[in-house]
Design a binder for this molecule. Structure first.
Ligand SMILES: [Zn+2]
Length: 318
């Protein structure tokens, strides 16, 4: 595993986004709350900016208005010329890129955390890109240590092409998935868990900015290697459901030959792979449309090098 080097300056331009998907309500209501009361996002060395990423979709409690915003931060979309009839999310992606980016530039925000909920039984899951910064991995570790009552897994997402998510616009970005929570529903337990994880993320940035060093460690991570669609009829309708023995078993090992779907005809469909895999986003509501019943991952033990103290730390008092 190769990690990008740690930042050499304090992280001062930090954003926390919610409502990138307008029906994932922890982020929607946290962002709205912080826009009214931003003090909660302040730390001695920086103030994180709250962002309601897709306000139009949040207003109607839908994932998106015309197009998935969290798939819209591609070079094609971001460099496109505005047209009067373009999808709302294309306009919004350009606006957010102006604000938080431009993506890939030196002016981009130092760090962005994007808040999501899933209907799958994922617990807390931090999603970051596969070749991420050593800083991001240390933040993941810190969140795991702070979140002992809730499993907090790390999913290193490798897209098949270029990155496309909101968090990819900042120099260092990650998404936080928390589930299960139904779409359009706000649960007190998820809400407070997400709020606590955001607070810990900001605490970690503060420790880093103050010159704290973090030792090397070993960590289990999950990496995607494919997806599985539901069984379908020739017309494309569902022909079965996620098997009851697989439902809610996100991040648990699935062996070749284990049942994964139950057809409406009554038969079981078995996993045909040749190795153990770890399915995640099992039966995620938003993925029926995109033909994903779950995402296949492998579990890897990885070594993360030490995070040295910032050469230009704000103080060395800690
Ligand atoms: Zn989402």
């Amino acid at each position: 595993m190769s990690w990008l080097p740690a930042p050499q300056e304090p992280l001062l331009r930090v954003a926390v986004a919610g409502g990138t998907h307008g029906n994932e309500l922890c982020g929607v209501f946290l962002a709205r709350h912080w826009l009214r009361c931003p003090e909660e996002l302040k730390r001695p060395s920086f103030s994180a900016i709250p962002i309601l990423a897709n306000p139009e979709a949040s207003a109607i409690c839908r994932r998106y208005v015309h197009k998935d915003l969290n798939r819209s931060f591609t070079s094609t979309v971001l460099s496109s010329k505005a047209t009067p009839d373009e999808p709302y999310e294309v306009t919004r992606a350009r606006e957010l890129n102006q604000w938080l980016g431009p993506k890939g530039s030196g002016q981009a925000f130092d760090f962005t955390l994007d808040l999501h909920n899933t209907t799958a039984n994922m617990g807390a899951c931090i999603i970051t890109k596969a070749n991420c910064s050593v800083f991001a991995m240390h933040m993941c570790r810190y969140l795991q240590l702070q979140s002992l009552e809730l499993p907090c897994r790390v999913f290193l997402f490798q897209p098949s092409g270029e990155t496309f998510s909101l968090d990819s616009v900042a120099k260092i970005g990650m998404a936080l998935e928390l589930g299960p929570q139904p779409q359009g529903v706000l649960r007190a337990d998820r809400f407070s868990q997400m709020r606590a994880l955001v607070a810990s993320s900001l605490d970690f940035i503060e420790l880093f900015n103050q010159g704290t060093a973090f030792p090397a460690f070993e960590m289990e991570v999950y990496k995607n290697f494919g997806e599985e669609d539901f069984p379908r009829t020739e017309a494309g309708d569902l022909a079965g459901v996620v098997h009851p023995q697989l439902q809610d078993r996100d991040f648990e090992p699935l062996q070749p030959g284990a049942p994964i779907f139950q057809l409406f005809s009554g038969e079981d469909v078995l996993y045909q792979g040749d190795r153990t895999m770890y399915p995640i986003f099992i039966n995620e509501a938003a993925y029926y449309k995109t033909h994903k019943a779950f995402i296949k991952t492998e579990k890897i033990m990885t070594s993360v090098p030490a995070l040295p103290p910032l050469p230009s730390a704000l103080t060395h008092s800690l």
